[in-house]
Unconditional design. Structure first.
Length: 97
């Protein structure tokens, strides 16, 4: 853990949040990821921008229905061959312990 983390200087990272964050590998990247999504939801909500949240598990449990709903949201039609969805992808190689 980096005791000189830049996150500690922000007023919204209090001691309780910091004690939790510092236990997470790559805690600054994790915080940025969560913050980006929180701000994206805030911007879209405040500006009445339509949003469609895709859940990864929806692809594996009901790919065709999930694709149809997403295409309808984007006002697009199916075009060409749809590649089969590969379930069970994990990204362990992206992270170190």
């Amino acid at each position: 853990m980096d005791s000189k983390s830049q996150l500690r200087k922000y007023r919204w990272v209090d001691s309780k949040l910091w004690s939790l964050l510092k236990k997470i590998p790559c805690h600054e990247e994790f915080y940025r990821y969560v913050q980006w999504h929180n701000l994206a939801f805030t911007v879209t909500n405040n500006n009445n921008i339509p949003v469609h949240v895709l859940q990864y598990h929806s692809y594996s449990t009901n790919f065709d229905r999930t694709l149809e709903i997403f295409l309808r949201f984007l006002d697009l039609r199916r075009n060409g061959k749809i590649e089969p969805f590969q379930t069970g992808k994990e990204y362990h190689s992206y992270y170190t312990k």
